[in-house]
Design a protein around this ligand. Sequence first.
Ligand code: SAM
Length: 221
Amino acid sequence: MKLYIVATPIGNLEDISFRAIRILKEVNFILCEDTRVTRILLDRHEIKTPTISYFQHSGMAKVNQIIDLLKQGKDLALVSDAGTPGISDPGNKLIELVLQEIPELKIEPIPGACAAISALSISGLPTDKFVFYGFLPHKKGKETILKEIINNKFTSVFYESTHRILKTLNKLKELGLGDKQVVVCRELTKKFETIYRGNIEEVLNKLEKDVTKGEFVVVIG
Ligand code: SAM
């Protein structure tokens, strides 16, 4: 009876450890955020383990099914659509609920890709202390968080979507980000990976001329 929390690639399907592949092959079931997304990875690595879907809005019936499987002695692996489960995607809640029922459960991390850490690693900005904001709120509270980022003495990191990237960066400029160093990482590890560096003005100039499709991590010095 074990629950493995397995990191999967954030784009490039080669970014997965030997151990992650072995564990995914050995467990009885793989819990996936979206089985269709995970299927691409499983097919690529010839992993035939059956999958069970577990996503943000899965109800208690699904959680209980998972708890039952663990109580029967099954080994399970939890993966999300990309990167490290629980980092701005479902996972933590499941762990909390499962531990309430089975406090002695062994939960093991199988580390690997994480978009925020990948972005920090190439940022060239101080990483001894940083604040991770995950996804910023869409409306209520967004301005407060943006002001906090502007005044942060530590490096700030957050996730942003295609639809909001320009709006959020423009708002940071308007609120007075000034000359702080900004690193915008688009489509990390994928074909159209692009890194935009500079102050907010320079980064916005580059981004506005470019395609703003894709997934983004923003790092601010
Ligand atoms: N658990 C994931 C991790 O460990 O990074 C994060 C999942 S979160 C639902 C998805 C967000 O992460 C995207 O909207 C984007 O902001 C960021 N992200 C994921 N993959 C990315 C990539 N290849 N390049 C840039 N950002 C990425």
